[in-house]
Write a protein that binds this ligand. Sequence first.
Ligand code: PHE
Length: 456
Amino acid sequence: MAEQRKSIHGQWTNRTVFILAATGSAVGLGNIWKFPYIAGENGGGTFVLVYLLCIALIGLPIMMAEIMLGRRGKQSPINTMAALAKDEQRNPGWVWLGWMGVLAGFLILSYYSVIAGWAMSYVFRTGGGLFLGVTADGVNSIFTDLVTDPERLMAWHTLFMVMTMIVVARGVKHGIERAVTYLMPLLFALLIIIVIYSVTTGHFMEGVRFLFTPGKIDGKAILIAMGHAFFTLSLGMGAIMVYGSYLSNKHSIAQASILIALADTVVALLAGLAIFPIVFANGLEPGAGPGLIFQTLPIAFGHMQGGTLVGVVFFTLLVFAAWTSAISLIEPAVAYLVENKGVNRIYASVWIGFLTWFVGLGTVFSFNIWKEKTLTIPFLFEDLTFFDVLDYLTANIMLPLGGLFIALFAAWVMKEKSTREELATYPWLYKIWNFLTSFVTPLAVIVVFLKAIGVI
Ligand code: PHE
């Protein structure tokens, strides 16, 4: 049973490596690219507050549940769900939760890779001195030039997918460890440098006010804030579960989860503090959408001392942050193929990588030749492009739904004896976790869903 299981894919060297890898998965484009632009589109203040509440009350308990399921099952999320349902003598149908996660990861990576490609191309744009002394209009047209050129986007997307496949083919452990140990702290430091620049713009407090002053919010924005809590913590699709399956049994899951969530949140808030003062100082639009960081940060790099170097290093680190997230997005699928089809990691990574790349072309075209092709689904969304639809379906529906069922499985389907074995290092913490996952977390997710479609 659970106690004797061993992962066939290996184990993290120690707890720190697990925390680093999970933080590598959590910290990515979600924090630096997505958080600022959706906070901007949804009016700041209240949106940020709802997001923070969701991290604490929904994200953290689900992260603990996901790591726990992974560590007990010791396999890809699909096989883990099957094995745990069997251990607990429950309905084998729970395996669908693993499948939905694999699908979500695959869809997310398809567009994630395209955006990571933008970041890669910005390493070179910054390095070439393109932004020296640039104006807001200048950065805008440089960004538009890039995204309206499908060939260039495709080339960068291809390169990023190949990079991801290489790491995944080698096994997640090699490569990840070093990348996160050195690069994450550096990313942190650089964000602080940009925040310091933002203080000098004279509009810092305006940025702070935008991010932290509550205002009005509607059901749709609440759903987006909650969806983002899942997205940014890599929850609800098995990424954290599969990383948990490589974790040895002796470590405290609660402590690790708190550290991961904290690091992730601090990076997002720093990104917000770096970006919004620049937005206001230059009369830009906070709701500019997915291009926001590409239309603001270059202004900072173009005007600060040593900005070219800071900019090159910053975008390089952003690519690394995206890379360590991307590998966790396909690891569940690759682990499954290796377990069930008897193929090796290289074969599995190449196939899944190729399929992901292909679906990613839809996102490439969303910013140019398919820009006008949009979809409306009544009650849910209006006029979204292919990219927007994928983003909406995965972050706002699939991940919260996956997370909801993970919480329900951990709290109601597994026996208390099993969850205690995994989580009761601190009995009082276990009690809080049990209460949250049994009632608060599932109810919160359901209420947000109902509110978003206007039922309540
Ligand atoms: N958490 C990552 C980010 O914020 C994205 C991600 C989502 C990674 C889901 C894995 C699983 O960029």
